[in-house]
Design a protein around this ligand. Structure first.
Ligand SMILES: CC(C)(COP(=O)(O)OP(=O)(O)OC[C@H]1O[C@@H](n2cnc3c(N)ncnc32)[C@H](O)[C@@H]1OP(=O)(O)O)[C@@H](O)C(=O)NCCC(=O)NCCS
Length: 187
């Protein structure tokens, strides 16, 4: 049985993440990896500090960078590195810029594994993380022509709130909200 999870980047994910990076670059999607500078140990340090809100650069807010992995709970030994299927960014709060563009959550699924429900799953898991953070309502923005992302948002119960323009290229932007329930009680 497969178990999709969002986990904090760790040394064991290095090879899986580097494979994701190589695939993203080959697909011309490097822009989603703006915070990775070809040094995985540095990336671990920086993402860990960011999640704790330490050493924040101007304009940055505390943010969890989380990897999507599929963990087999039978504990079977794995051949090869654990694939990193995608990643999410879960920002703990908004600032003026994120209110306009970016919102609380960003997500990315590796190109070769798209169209299998992973986009829907990664947003569901990221929303669960926002519940742990105590957020009551979450903002997500996406380009209007990003039909995959629009569908992922609809399938997660997001409601279209407003439209705007991307500050990057002026493209039409959609703003969505998702109401967050309290985190499930563990027994
Ligand atoms: C957007 C993204 C996360 C979707 O991931 P995915 O794994 O393909 O998503 P799913 O498999 O869960 O698909 C969800 C729905 O979207 C539809 N869909 C996916 N890609 C689509 C596309 N390019 N055009 C139209 N519909 C699409 C699927 O058919 C599915 O709908 P259905 O259940 O009604 O059949 C992925 O394409 C991606 O990472 N893109 C680059 C990063 C990005 O755009 N992030 C979002 C920024 S707001």
């Amino acid at each position: 049985m497969s178990h999709l999870r969002l986990v904090a980047p760790a040394p064991e994910h290095r090879d899986g993440f580097l494979a994701l990076v190589a695939e993203a670059r080959a697909a011309g999607e490097d822009a989603y990896l703006w915070d990775y500078h070809d040094d995985y140990l540095r990336y671990l340090r920086e993402t860990s500090a960011l999640s704790r809100g330490e050493d924040l650069a101007p304009g940055m807010v505390p943010c969890d960078v989380l990897f999507l992995v599929d963990r087999d709970d039978r504990g079977a030994p794995r051949a090869g590195p654990l694939p990193v299927l995608g990643f999410a960014r879960v920002r703990h709060r908004l600032n003026e810029r994120l209110e306009e563009y970016g919102g609380h959550i960003g997500y990315y699924v590796t190109k070769s594994v798209r169209g299998r429900g992973l986009g829907t799953a990664i947003l569901r898991l990221a929303l669960a993380r926002t519940a742990e953070l105590g957020l009551a309502s979450v903002l997500v923005t996406c380009d209007a022509d990003n039909l995959g992302s629009v569908r992922v948002l609809e399938k997660n119960g997001a409601v279209r709130e407003s439209e705007g323009r991307s500050p990057k290229d002026g493209a039409k932007l959609l703003r969505w909200s998702v109401r967050i329930g309290p985190p499930a009680m563990s027994t």
